[in-house]
Design a protein around this ligand. Structure first.
Ligand SMILES: [Zn+2]
Length: 394
């Protein structure tokens, strides 16, 4: 991994996580950002990488829900190598931090996934931890999850989830199917808990938040819908300032009008992809639990038409957020970086461009949010072709 010493990356527009600064350079030393300065004030002796005219530089995207990429499904390859392939595939689309996400599977598979993520976190700075989506879910809202895997937690599983580990563990569960106090035990062990695939009532959701649940996994999808006398998880998420909710902004999973409604809530929206193996890969179909899944009309579906994740990437999620929802670009960028960083408890390290923060950056063309380059912990070791005049020295 190539990690240059003191140098500057200069762009016409630098979004630091709070404001957009014009003609600014991010000064990086090794893995860390040391300063942000007007490009005109850089010392003449400093090595400078100038981005193409009009390019933006922003905190790298953080994706909490990545089932696969690069033709790899995490459930099929719960290994360091599998995670590395997935991270490399997503990095082309600006993702500099992610959680490989295991769809409901056996206890043995969960252990493999946790061990692989533990090892990957120490080797790959772009791997922030792991997301277990299930298996403690509602059998009324399985989505594409195998109902035979959906179950209540065993004592062994609780011990496995609360053991010390590298990186963040995010668990998506249905609060109504786990024992009282289970969420609190996970949270006490540092686990992030998110509601998903759930028929929880408003009251049950509130009780789960009192135990420390803060997340909502793909809000609106696979959960009790809003209704007049039972607001369910969605009402609770929208009226709680502590809630962080993942949104799939592909224009298919959730109607844009519902997404705009979510943006009026008090909580913190986060862009997620829920991506499947075709992202950054060469094949358009794959199998999950032996079921054939194909990509059709911009989404992944089983033969019986059930939605099975997406072919969304983070750059497209940001683009859709601005175009479909009318969100100003800086806000969309926050939904893709600062908000997920805060949800994961990594807000002192990621999600901003500021002195002391890790040098995780994305450079992109603002017209179509096409990614020009990424840096992870200061490393610009790209697996893809750089475009434009990147790399030019002054
Ligand atoms: Zn799901």
């Amino acid at each position: 991994m190539k990690r240059p010493g003191l140098h500057a990356i200069a762009a016409d527009h630098v979004f630091d996580g709070t404001v957009v600064r014009e003609r600014t350079a991010v000064v990086v030393d090794g893995a860390r950002i040391v300063d942000l300065v007007p490009t005109s004030e850089l010392p003449r002796t400093m090595s400078i990488r100038a981005l193409p005219d009009d390019a933006w530089l922003a905190p790298g995207f953080i994706d909490l829900q990545v089932n696969g990429g690069g033709d790899v499904l995490f459930n099929d390859q719960p290994t360091v190598e599998g995670i590395r392939s997935i991270a490399a595939a997503h990095r082309k689309f600006g993702t500099t931090g992610l959680l490989p996400t295991l769809i409901s599977d056996s206890p043995e598979k969960m252990r493999l996934a946790l061990d692989a993520a533990d090892a990957a976190v120490s080797e790959e700075p772009g791997v922030l931890g792991v997301h277990l989506e299930g298996p403690f879910l509602s059998s009324e809202k399985p989505g594409v999850h195998d109902t035979r895997q959906i179950r209540s937690p065993s004592a062994d599983e609780l011990a496995m989830l609360t053991a010390p580990r590298n990186g963040v563990l995010l668990v998506t569960l249905a609060p109504e199917v786990v024992p009282q106090g289970f969420i609190a035990e996970l949270v006490a062990a540092g686990v992030r808990v998110s509601l998903g695939h759930s028929m929880a009532s408003y009251r049950q959701t509130r009780a789960a938040m009192a135990e420390g649940l803060t997340g909502f996994t793909h809000l609106f999808n696979a959960m009790r819908p809003l209704s007049s006398r039972e607001g369910g998880p969605i009402a609770q998420a929208l009226e709680s300032p502590d809630a962080c909710y993942g949104l799939i902004v592909d224009g298919v999973h959730v109607d844009p009008a519902m997404l705009r409604l979510a943006l009026r809530g008090l909580g913190h929206p986060m862009l997620v992809t829920d991506a499947m193996p075709p992202i950054g890969g060469s094949r358009s179909n794959f199998s999950l639990y032996g079921k054939n899944i194909t990509t059709r009309d911009g989404c992944c579906v089983t033969d019986d038409g059930t939605l099975a994740g997406t072919i969304l990437d983070m750059a497209a999620a940001v683009r859709n957020c601005t175009r479909l929802l009318g969100v100003p670009l800086p806000d969309a960028l926050r939904f893709a970086s600062a908000h997920p960083a805060t949800f994961l408890g990594l807000e002192q390290m990621l999600g901003k461009l500021a002195p002391g923060y890790r040098a995780d950056l994305v450079a992109f063309d603002p017209n179509d949010i096409s990614v020009l380059a990424t840096w992870v912990a200061g490393s610009d070791d790209h697996s893809f072709q750089l475009r434009g005049s990147l790399g030019r020295s002054r």
